[in-house]
Ligand binder design. Structure first.
Ligand code: ARG
Length: 460
């Protein structure tokens, strides 16, 4: 017989196909551990409120512990035709304890239970995603360190813009991941509120000390309003937003590497183990893992859209639509977990082709430094820009670089150029001339790298 929790009210059992279709146990079994944790605490709360005897609470706790152990050691045990994980746990309890098990649901609703389980789950799982982010940051920081003083061009509009340290490029991808790490901490804080005591919608009539219960379950506060609590999934949306934005960042890193490892650039080389060949073209070495990271970003963004759309326009109070939240939360989490793992491996396996990167960092992209030279001689920047623009036009037409200019040619462009311009207009001088802490100036990059390593050390 299919298990259901409302048999008293109905003459007929549920339509089997519709029941199976609407059941969430197939995917909310991931909340098994959290459901047991929440139920144990609720049993203690009911005992403190005098609703359960100490003996009943003890036997419920013991039975739940037994169920948890069994489920942990034997994952196939968490299975059945139950409607959801909450009814599964309750059924096992009743099978083991009879009426004592039937008392556990006193004053409690699955509406708050599912919110509790999801909050407990996220509080437990977010740190694992943060570990994944830390490992990816460590891989980037390792590459930044290994790059030493190597140079490469930085791009705007995907056109060579100015020389930068290769380390600066890697740290440019650390910065968004650091924000993601903070964003997950904020998502965890948002999930940090106990919904129990809300009942189905109006609260509970038993004098359960919800503050004590919150402490028991590791929450620092209790939700503000029982109606809101039964349908609030803001914390889930915040979590998925953090996943989606992290994926957006990984996709941009992936795209940079796809371009910069390609034949046209060859600044970096992908490890063979993290590339794929072609079934037809023998010369191909494809960046499939990076392309998949880029592609899977669509899923994470899709999960965010899915949950927001599910939430939009819902009437107050619990509605079954909210059961869809699990697909979105678990899907976003799984997507990010896999992508962090593979991104870390790809970064760790990168090798730098210093000669290629540095040769691309010189040439006409030093034009801003030439203009800055004239500014140093008192020329207004707009005027300097014009002078250098004309010089670039000439060099471009002749297929030449600044380095090929004789002093007379410099002087023909402006009398203010002196012999020292030759040494000033190199990629290394360009980088060394930067003055701000967020710039690619070598001491600034060194500070940023040290700060990143200290941040990582504090978490190792
Ligand atoms: N499986 C449900 C969900 O995931 C649990 C809550 C069910 N509550 C209810 N009133 N049917 O949302």
């Amino acid at each position: 017989m299919t298990t259901h929790l409302w048999s008293g009210r109905f003459d007929a059992p549920p339509d089997l196909a519709a029941f199976a279709w609407g059941s969430s146990f197939g995917f909310d079994r991931r909340l098994f551990e959290d459901d047991v944790t929440g139920s144990r605490a609720w049993a203690r709360g009911l005992a403190r409120a005098g609703v359960l005897s100490a003996d009943e609470a003890d036997s419920i706790e013991a039975a739940l512990t037994n169920v948890l152990d069994r489920g942990r050691s034997e994952p196939a045990f968490v299975d059945g035709t139950d409607e959801d994980v909450h009814s599964f746990v309750e059924r096992l309890l009743v099978e083991r304890l009879g009426d004592a098990g039937r008392r556990l649901h006193t004053g409690r609703s699955r509406n708050e239970q599912v919110s509790l389980d999801l909050r407990l789950y996220l509080r437990r799982r977010i740190p694992l995603l943060q570990r994944g982010i830390e490992r990816t940051i460590a891989a980037l920081s390792g590459q930044a360190l290994a790059a030493g003083d190597a140079l490469m061009p930085a791009y705007t509009h995907l056109r060579p813009a100015q020389p930068v340290l290769v380390a600066h490029f890697f740290l440019a991808h650390v910065a968004p991941l650091r924000r993601d790490h903070d964003r997950f901490a904020a998502a965890s804080s948002e999930a940090d509120a106990l919904p129990l005591g809300s009942g189905a919608i109006a609260g509970t009539s038993y004098a359960v000390d919800v503050q004590a219960l919150a402490r028991d379950l590791g929450f620092s506060r209790v939700v503000a309003n029982s109606i809101d609590a039964s349908s609030d999934r803001d914390f889930a949306a915040t979590f998925i937003y953090a996943c989606a934005l992290t994926m957006v960042h990984l996709s941009r890193l992936a795209e940079d590497l796809i371009i910069l490892c390609g034949e046209e650039h060859q600044f970096f080389e992908l490890a063979d183990a993290l590339s794929t060949g072609s079934s037809m073209m023998p010369q191909k070495k494809n960046p499939d893992p990076l392309e998949l990271v880029r592609g899977k970003t669509g899923r994470a963004v899709g999960h965010l859209m899915a949950l927001l759309t599910t939430m939009k326009g819902l009437p107050s109070g619990y509605n079954k639509d909210l059961q869809e939240d699990k697909h979105a939360v678990f899907g976003a989490e799984d997507t990010l977990t896999g992508c962090l793992m593979v991104t870390q491996s790809v970064i760790e396996g990168l090798s730098l082709n210093r000669a290629r990167a540095e040769s691309a960092a010189s040439g006409l992209l030093l034009a801003t430094d030439v203009a800055d030279y004239l500014v140093g001689r008192g020329v207004p920047f707009r005027r300097a820009h014009e002078i250098v623009g004309a010089l670039v036009r000439k060099l471009h037409g002749e297929g030449r670089q600044f380095a090929s200019l004789a002093l007379e040619e410099w002087r023909a462009a402006s009398e203010l150029f002196d012999a020292d311009v030759i040494a000033r207009v190199t990629a290394r001088a360009s980088v060394a001339a930067k003055r701000t802490p967020q710039s690619t100036a070598p001491p600034a990059v060194q500070d940023a790298l040290s700060e990143t390593e200290r941040w990582l050390d504090a978490r190792r």
